[in-house]
Design a protein around this ligand. Sequence first.
Ligand SMILES: [Zn+2]
Length: 688
Amino acid sequence: MERNEKYRAASWWITWEDLSWPNEDIADKFRYRADQSLASGINMAIIYGAHFRWDFMPLWMNLHDMIRFVADELHQRDILLFDHHSSVLTHRYSNQNEAQAMRLHNRHHLPFAPSRDIAAEWTYKGMKLNDWRMIDLITGKPVFLEQYTAEQFCMNNPDFQHAYREYVRLLLDETGIDGLMSDDGIFYSGWKSCGCEWCRKKFMDNYGHEVPPVRDTSFWGNYHNEAFKDWIEMRFSTTREFLEGVRSVTGKDFPLMTCCSDSVGSNLPGYGMSYQEFIKPCNHIMLEMCGNTPALNGSWQSNFPAQMLHLGIGHENNAPCLGLGYGFSEAAADFIWAFNKFLGSDTWFSTLKGRLGLRDSEMLSLKDDIELPVNGFNWEKNNPGIFDADTDSDVAVFFSRWSRDFYSMTEKDYAADYSETCFEMLRNNITFDVVTVIPEVSEYKVLLLSSASCLDDAEYSTLNKYLKSGGIVIASGPTGCYDKRANIAARPWLEQFGIICRIDEPERIAAFPPCSKQKDIIPACRSIFNGSNVEINEWIELSSGKGKLVWSPGRMQNLTIKLSTAERLRNFMPGEIPFPADTGWKFRIYRKGAVRIIHALAASFDLRCMDELEKARKINKGNNLIDSISKSKNISSAVSLELKWNCETVNFYAPLDGLRKKIPVKNGVLDITLDNEVYYFILEMVVK
Ligand SMILES: [Zn+2]
């Protein structure tokens, strides 16, 4: 793989049949598949299956030998191989009903698992695996995850930490893999875990608190209690430290990532899940786009705020960001590739056949993963220079982690405002990046802050520095009213501008599980100028140093504020934002030296599914068998763009349709007529 290439990854599924390794027929199958991978333009394969790796302990030697064979075959074709497994989950079933549920819903894991009685006897280097299990805080028994028919080992158990690091060492020694995705080291069961002795000890040793019983709501779910906030902090540090343990084995540059389907939501402290923590030990980012891409209603916007956050974390840490999309057809693979390219992500395409609830005999017509992403991957392979550009944007949207971690009991407290900001930028076709630290003015001219109620000391001062050196801050809703841990700030950030801002806080109801009884209310924000009784109801504009603060007490969840935000932005960037809103097309613009590259993707789609197979499914949730994706009828096939740049011709590409041509720019206007099939196109121009 060349240095400037992005990952074009597909899943490499292990099946029951493969476990008969060593086996010459399987070896032939793998050689054939490696050839196919090369023909499909794949430059990285990711192992999927044999997922709950501890359940495969009796087979590790053979499994690793098989992975080494795959790695060798792929390496001969200049393709990388990453392993991907769950570090902490183990399938456990007590009876035939549970066994059946495990096999039906998790066939893609290869749910090879001992029965409970046998599992109770399993040891690794003299340690009983059962002693590593997470304990349910309510029942005092091992945590049981019904959706996976599984239990989980605790990341804070030192014996387990040691054992898993030993496993990773063995895996690397025996397989020759090029990267690792170590999954699921989060509190998978949410707030009900973990009550094991090691979590209790860590809470006492590091924070000085006992873990109280769940009936004690002076602690549980009490967002005014510092000890409870320590519990939140410990959840995030636990998941990070566990991956740091993995990193200590892999060495510093080895590609390492972990599974993550979101880093935005208010529910994430319950899981200790955020790529803002994972990126400290990891050097690769991934976003699992759960469900259908696009959704069955033809939209693809729902994951956009999380995607932008992950891409932002990738940008800040110089780490590639893989968008994992699931599908079962060429049409789905085409779209998932185009969508990732539009966003600026690396691509990971995968089927998820084990979640369909179909028999193997019913799925014979479905192709292997590596046969599907042929169009996009080969086009990208042959045109790498198009995809290694950076976003061309002067606009950044700030994600306020503390407003989420220590303040948010519902989405409406913060995350919804951040997401609405991303949606509104998208609706207006304003290319932007997300930042998790306040940037320098040289990086972004305009910074959007939406209901960033909680600012830490560093954010407080870097924000002032940003303004002082000429930055424009467009902020809405409560801004810096609280400190990092959501306590009233000693120096509320807005007060230095003569603004007294108060939040009408709803009653915050402590409960176990935390947040479960909290009413879904948007906390309103009221403000006056210091020393007056005059309420501020509109956007106000204040100079600060060389920069400007544009602020409104209204929140992005309020439609009026949302719709007027882009207008404020345009006031400061006349002519900088070339794309009209609501054309039916979404645009993002990238830059590489003097070359500008515009990606355009239709905003909505009409989908068709494989109806007969859909009817045969025994599971009706999750991914659907989409086999036709076309842009919605109402999306125009004529696009006219006023270009702000000085260029005479533009290279037009529709990669999925095999089209390329030069289009002249007349009087600064580019008129494009598209074939009906085209839903994704790229414009490349050299600016004089
Ligand atoms: Zn624990």
